[in-house]
Each structure stands twice: as structure tokens, then as C-alpha cells.
Design a protein. Structure first.
Length: 230
């Protein structure tokens, strides 16, 4: 994976207030750490950082140039996102050197098509691998071409690029192939689903039914018999 050059500024404001002001300025609060060095707080341009992550994934290598003259290589170690805005809240960046081995989680993509009338169950979407910090793959691939029901794709079946070593147990299940349910099986389970739905609706109806006479009134409201006109 090629590195992405990105500029950064030293960050002097900390805490929730400082982080909010950094984000309002179109930047992402971040911290650089590793190699026994004191953590360095920086702010990254949000738009450029987001574009790099979209293209290279969560293991994108960054060549960071800080305005104080610092130049480093770093990999994202932890990325915090806002689930509603889908924006970046904070990034932890791990300092790395060329030729240094790192262990990271890499996404696994399944290729090919399994046998007819099967279902694929994804057991693990990522695997831990060890690779040169400057050559971390953006994804790994495992073939399910023609896989029959009962087949299990393990970490050992995943194709590893040159120089990349598996750090996860080889027996770790990546995906399982099962037989798709037949029309008869689906019809057989339909009554059970309908019964469960009816029971849930009945329970919901009981909860929303009017309270019996004499029941306590809602908080902040006097019982009906105690209400008087102004």
C-alpha cells in the first residue's frame, strides 16, 4: 500500500471543548505515539484524511508532516467515528519505520461463488497478519468457488501476499457454507413465525391498554376525581 502524504498542525487545546473546536475548524483531533516517544497531539485535515481512509482502508499508511518540522510515518491504530454524522471524532496513530514489522487486522473478502442452493455465514471479517509497515495489504482474499454445504473456510485458506504472515490461528473459521432452506422448510416455520408475531402484538396491546379504575394517575397529574375546574 502506497503512503499518503498529509499535513498536520500541533494541537494545544485538549478535552472535549478543545476537540469540538478542532472539529469545527475542519480538522480531526489525533495523537501520534510509539517507539517510546512522548505522545504528540496533532490535528489532521478532515477532508484529506477521510479521502485517504475511503481509498486505502483503515490500515492506510500516512507520511505526516507537522508544521513544527516533524516528519513521520504512521498507521491508524484506533479510529473513532460519529455514528450519526459518519465523521471522524479522533484518531490514534502508531509511529512506524520503513522495514519495521507490524501486526494489524486486515479485512477478508470472499471471491467466487459457492455451490447452488447454499448460504454463506461470515464468521470473521478480518484476520490478524504481520507485514512490513509500508506493505500492509488493504484486504485479503479467500475463494469459496464451488464450495459445498458443510465446507468451512479457515484462515489457512486465505491467500497471503508475499511478505505477509498470518498471525491468527490457522484453524480460525473465516466463513461457513450451509445448505439454503427449501421452500417446504420455510413453509413449515411460517406458522411459528406468525404465532410469535401474534404473541408479541398481544403483549404490546396489553401494555398499552388503559389502566384499571382506581389506578394511580401519571406522574404530575392528579387523579380524575381530584381535578377541579378553575
Amino acid at each position: 500500500m502506497s503512503e499518503v502524504k498529509i499535513s498536520a498542525e500541533p494541537r494545544t487545546e485538549f478535552g472535549k471543548g478543545g476537540a469540538r473546536r478542532t472539529r469545527r475548524a475542519g480538522k480531526v483531533p489525533a495523537v501520534l505515539y510509539g517507539h517510546g516517544e512522548k505522545p504528540k497531539h496533532i490535528a489532521l485535515p478532515a477532508r484529506e484524511f477521510a479521502a485517504a481512509i475511503r481509498k486505502g482502508g483503515a490500515n492506510q499508511l500516512f507520511a505526516i508532516e507537522v508544521s513544527d518540522g516533524t516528519q513521520v510515518l504512521a498507521l491508524p491504530k484506533a479510529i473513532q467515528r460519529d455514528p450519526i454524522k459518519d465523521s471522524f471524532e479522533h484518531v490514534d496513530l502508531l509511529l512506524v519505520r520503513r522495514g519495521e514489522k507490524v501486526t494489524v487486522e486486515v479485512p477478508v473478502q470472499l471471491t467466487g461463488e459457492a455451490a447452488k442452493d447454499t448460504l454463506i455465514v461470515h464468521d470473521h471479517d478480518t484476520l490478524s497478519v504481520t507485514a512490513d509497515a509500508t506493505k500492509v495489504p488493504d484486504h485479503l482474499e479467500a475463494s469459496i468457488e464451488g464450495a459445498e454445504p458443510g465446507t468451512t473456510i479457515t484462515a489457512a485458506d486465505v491467500e497471503l501476499p508475499s511478505g505477509v504472515e498470518l498471525a491468527t490461528d490457522e484453524e480460525t473459521a473465516v466463513a461457513s457454507v450451509t445448505a439454503a432452506p427449501t421452500a417446504e422448510q420455510l413453509e413449515a416455520t411460517l406458522p411459528e413465525v406468525e404465532e410469535a408475531t401474534e404473541e408479541a402484538e398481544a403483549e404490546a396491546g396489553e401494555e398499552t391498554a388503559e389502566a384499571p379504575e382506581g389506578a394511580p394517575a401519571a406522574e404530575g397529574e392528579a387523579p380524575a376525581e381530584e381535578k377541579t375546574e378553575a
